[in-house]
Design a protein around this ligand. Structure first.
Ligand code: SDX
Length: 436
């Protein structure tokens, strides 16, 4: 963090003393005003519900330029990573700061591959759920339960523990997501296969059965690997901030990641991919493209509480670069599967076109985000709608861990403890119940 020559001076109209606040510059993006001493100097807090103007930390991992619609992982544009790398190379980049050379990639891949099995006891957790449990309810339980098995990697202040916990989580998430899916359809779990790629192994655990050979489709394998890359990290979004705040108490990494899973589930966040696909289904059922106008009218009516799911973003006020790549992946996968006329994909593109020409969306800078097309690709791959957010959690685990480890390694980090503007009752005395 570099101090800037300029500083901010706070003056008070009631004649209170001015307060000088240092300004710091990053390598990219907005400067920050350091308010850490503000309360001590003024007895006042800042007020920023939703953190619209607040930087919660310094980070070197991911940078988003919301106005230009750019996304960099450790400086590499997402477009280049999605076309030239695979997910495990991207994991290495996010965790260690650089893309691996071939020997490092082979070593990292071997490490992850050898941790893909979960303790046999894990399957007994699933039996407690109803078969129709939402996969994210199961995942929230299973990921937290991992901390019951790996006592040798739960001391978050021990770098060795952090390293092995990171590998275990990245390796085991696909196994757990596939188990959650198999449980809901009453099929036997498939063990991971060390001869398959990360994405190929996930497809195998999801769709193979013990009854016959399952052939991994290279097209689906590549598409899924790219979906994982696009979802891997995204700066200080709600679930990443949850993981950081949870981890700041010193809890173990499995518990902190479980908190991230729980937060991602919300429809305003990672749950939007499931909600976006269900929205497309509803418009389809109501009559398809000719019903888009009616739907858009509902969205623009504030009382309807209807949102165009998969649209809008706190940071992107331009097209989410991941949505562009996801749309391309849609075209590729649907084309390869002979589904280029998939009605839902056509409906999504028609909906996007109409929305991007409508003043309501243009004036609010609402564009498709990562969740708008991801459901269509996942559905084409054969992943059921309720599992979409679990796939998002699988991919985002590496980002959560990288951000958590960066926080723990930051000498400035402390337990997160926001304050408040209190507007409740002043002190009053308890009356005996007879006179209340
Ligand atoms: C993710 O933060 C991240 O990086 C998240 C993520 C990641 O990778 O981690 O990118 C993943 O969560 C993507 C977002 C997925 N969510 C959705 O697609 C749900 C639909 N989108 C909205 O809920 C909303 O756009 C948010 C939550 C994404 C962003 O909300 P903000 O930043 O709080 O913006 P806002 O709600 O204040 O919206 C500004 C205006 C409002 O209208 P006015 O009050 O100004 O009249 O735009 C409207 C909103 O009502 N608006 C929408 C809308 N999104 C915003 N209106 C209709 N449909 C929408 N989708």
């Amino acid at each position: 963090m570099k101090a800037s020559e300029t500083k901010a001076t706070l003056s008070f109209s009631n004649g209170g003393d001015n307060v000088d606040l240092p300004i710091y510059k990053g390598t990219l993006g907005p400067d920050v005003i350091d308010i850490r001493k503000l309360y001590a100097q003024t007895g006042m807090f800042t007020y920023d519900p939703g953190f619209m103007s607040t930087a919660s930390c310094q980070s070197t991992i991911t940078y988003i330029d919301g106005d230009k619609g750019e996304l960099l992982y450790r400086g590499y544009p997402i477009e280049q990573l999605a076309t030239n790398c695979d997910f495990l190379e991207t994991c290495h980049l996010l965790l260690y700061g650089d893309l691996p050379d071939q020997p490092k990639k082979d070593e990292f891949t071997k490490l992850v591959t050898n941790h893909t099995m979960v303790n046999e006891q894990m399957q007994f957790f699933l039996r407690g759920f109803r078969r129709d449990a939402h996969p994210m309810a199961i995942m929230t339980g299973l990921v937290g339960a991992l901390s019951a098995f790996y006592h040798d990697s739960t001391d978050i202040n021990n770098p060795k523990h952090r390293e092995i916990a990171a590998i275990r989580l990245i390796a085991k998430m696909p196994t757990l997501v596939a188990m959650a899916y198999k449980y809901t359809i009453g099929q036997p779990y498939m063990y991971p296969r060390n001869d398959l790629s990360y994405a190929g192994n996930f497809l195998h655990m999801m769709f193979a059965t013990p009854c016959e050979e399952y052939k991994v489709s290279p097209v689906l394998e590549r598409a899924l690997d790219r979906i994982f890359i696009l979802h891997a990290d995204h700066e200080q979004n709600a679930s990443t901030s949850t993981v950081r705040l949870c981890g700041s108490s010193g809890t173990n990494p499995f518990a902190a990641i479980a908190a991230g899973v729980a937060c991602l589930w919300g429809p305003a966040h990672g749950g939007a991919n499931e909600a976006a696909l269900n929205m497309l289904y509803d418009i389809q059922k109501a009559g398809g493209v000719e019903k888009i106008g009616e739907f858009i009218k509902q969205v623009k009516d504030k009382n309807s509480n209807v949102k165009l799911m998969g649209f809008g973003h706190r940071v992107y006020k331009n097209y989410d670069p991941r949505a562009k790549l996801m749309q391309e992946t849609c075209k590729e996968v649907l084309g390869e599967l002979g589904l280029e006329n998939d009605p839902l994909f056509k409906l999504a593109m028609a909906l996007e076109k109409i929305a991007l020409e409508d003043e309501y969306f243009v004036s609010r800078k609402l564009y498709p985000n990562v969740d708008f097309y991801s459901g269509i690709v996942q559905r084409a791959i054969g992943i059921p709608v309720p599992l979409f957010t679990a796939v998002f959690a699988l991919a985002r685990t590496v980002g959560w861990i990288a951000q958590l480890n960066e926080m723990i390694g930051d000498p400035e980090y402390k337990i997160g403890r926001p304050r408040q503007l209190f507007e409740g009752s002043v002190q009053r005395d308890v009356k005996p119940i007879a006179s209340r």
